[in-house]
Design a protein around this ligand. Structure first.
Ligand SMILES: Nc1ncnc2c1ncn2[C@@H]1O[C@H](COP(=O)(O)OP(=O)(O)OP(=O)(O)O)[C@@H](O)[C@H]1O
Ligand SMILES: [Mg+2]
Length: 342
C-alpha cells in the first residue's frame, strides 16, 4: 500500500484520523464555529472551547449526530479545514487514498454520505473504501477477529453505543443504541438543576462527569461547578458530589445495559460460550467512565475488558487494516447499489 493512505473515524464527538505507518495524526472534536455561510472561525478543540460562550452571530455546529452526517455542508467545510490545517503542519492529504469506518446499523445512503464528503472535498482523493466500524474497533482492541472465537464488542461513544458480535471475521449481530456520553452529561445537567437550582453548561457537566463518576462505589468525591442560579439569575458556585453524578447517570446507563442484555439474549449458543469465556470488550472514549467494568460485570455476570485505547480504537483498527495484509480485504469499495439509488 502507498504511504498516502489515511483511515478516518468520523465520531459525533471527535474525528480521529490514522496515517499509514505513522499512527493517529488528528484527534479533535467534531465541531465547527462559523459566521454566516462562508466564514469559518474555528474548528475542533478551539471551536469546542467556544460552546456556550459564543456571541449570537457565531454558529457552533456538531455536523455529525447519532453517528451519521446531520449537516452535509458544515461537515464538508470541517473536513476542508482539517485538510488545510494538516497541510500547513506538513501532512498533505491531497490525492491520498482513504479508508472510512462506518457504523453497521445505518442506511446505505448514510454510509454513502461519508464517502461523498471525502470525495467532494478539496482533498480530491485517489481512492475511498469503507470498513464496518465494529470490525475496525475489534482489530484496534487487539482481537483476532478471524479466528473461530466469537467476541462481544461494546463501543460507548458520545451519541451512540454500538454493540456487536463478531465471529470468523464477520459481524454476526449488531445494534446501534442512541445513548452515550452526551446523555450522561444531559442527566448531570438535569440533576444539578433539580438539586441546586443551578444551570450548568454542557462542558461543565462533562468535566463533572469525568471527574466524579465512580460506578464501583457510592463515591465520596466533590467538585466545584459554576453556573447560573435559576431563581436569582446570578452566577453561583456549588459543590457537586460524586453521589449526585452516580445517581444522575443511572437511567442512561440502564438503557445501555438493556441494549447489551438484549444482544446477549440473541447470541447463538456456540458464540455465547465464547463470550462467557472471553467476556465483553468495551471501547469508545466513554469506556473510561470510572468503575464501568465493575458495574457492567455485576449486571451481566460476565468478565469485562476495557480497551486501553478506547478513544481511538476504531482508528487504530483502520491502521491494522492498512498495515496488515491479512486484513486488507475488510476495506471495500462503496457498493454500486448506493449509486443506483441516487
Ligand atoms: N475520561 C473519560 N471518562 C468518561 N467519559 C469520557 C472520558 N473522556 C471522554 N469521555 C466521553 O466520551 C464521549 C466521546 O466518546 P468518543 O470519542 O468515543 O465518541 P465519538 O466516537 O465521537 O461518538 P459516536 O461513536 O457516538 O459517534 C464524550 O461523551 C466524552 O464526554
Ligand atoms: Mg465512535
Amino acid at each position: 500500500m502507498t504511504n498516502k493512505l489515511y483511515g478516518i473515524d468520523f465520531g459525533t464527538y471527535a474525528i480521529k484520523i490514522y496515517h499509514y505507518r505513522q499512527g493517529i495524526c488528528f484527534h479533535q472534536k467534531s465541531v465547527i464555529a462559523s459566521r454566516g455561510k462562508d466564514q469559518i472561525i474555528a474548528i475542533g478543540e478551539e471551536a469546542y472551547e467556544m460552546v456556550g460562550k459564543q456571541p449570537e452571530y457565531i454558529d457552533i455546529d456538531f455536523p455529525i449526530r447519532n453517528g451519521v452526517v446531520a449537516d452535509y455542508d458544515k461537515m464538508l467545510a470541517l473536513i476542508n479545514c482539517i485538510a488545510m490545517d494538516m497541510a500547513r503542519a506538513g501532512d498533505k492529504m491531497k490525492g491520498a487514498s482513504f479508508i472510512i469506518a462506518v457504523p453497521t446499523e445505518v442506511t446505505d445512503v448514510e454510509k454513502k454520505t461519508f464517502y461523498d464528503i471525502i470525495d467532494s472535498s478539496i482533498i480530491r482523493p485517489k481512492r475511498i473504501r469503507i470498513v464496518e466500524k465494529p470490525l475496525a474497533d475489534a482489530l484496534g482492541c487487539g482481537i483476532a477477529i478471524d479466528d473461530s472465537h466469537g467476541s462481544l464488542m461494546v463501543n460507548i461513544g458520545a451519541d451512540t453505543t454500538e454493540i456487536s458480535v463478531i465471529s470468523q471475521g464477520g459481524i454476526v449481530l449488531s445494534r446501534l443504541c442512541s445513548c452515550g456520553g452526551t446523555r450522561f452529561d444531559e442527566a448531570v445537567i438535569a440533576a444539578v438543576r433539580r438539586k441546586y437550582n443551578l444551570m450548568i453548561g454542557p462542558r461543565t457537566a462533562e468535566q463533572v462527569k469525568i471527574g466524579l463518576i465512580d460506578l464501583a462505589s457510592d463515591g465520596s468525591g466533590v467538585m466545584k461547578a459554576y453556573g447560573r442560579d435559576y431563581m436569582s439569575g446570578l452566577p453561583r458556585e456549588r459543590e457537586i458530589t460524586a453521589d449526585l453524578v452516580n445517581k444522575a447517570v443511572a437511567e442512561p446507563l440502564e438503557t445501555i445495559l438493556d441494549a447489551i442484555l438484549s444482544v446477549l439474549e440473541r447470541i447463538p449458543p456456540e458464540i455465547s460460550a465464547d463470550v462467557y469465556r472471553g467476556g465483553i470488550t468495551i471501547s469508545g472514549a466513554s469506556s473510561a467512565l470510572g468503575g464501568l467494568a465493575y458495574h457492567v460485570s455485576q449486571s451481566t455476570g460476565l468478565k469485562v475488558n476495557i480497551a486501553p485505547n478506547g478513544a481511538t480504537s476504531v482508528a487504530d483498527g483502520l491502521g491494522r487494516v492498512m498495515e496488515d495484509e491479512n486484513y486488507e480485504h475488510l476495506a471495500k469499495p462503496l457498493k454500486r447499489t448506493y449509486y443506483e439509488n441516487d
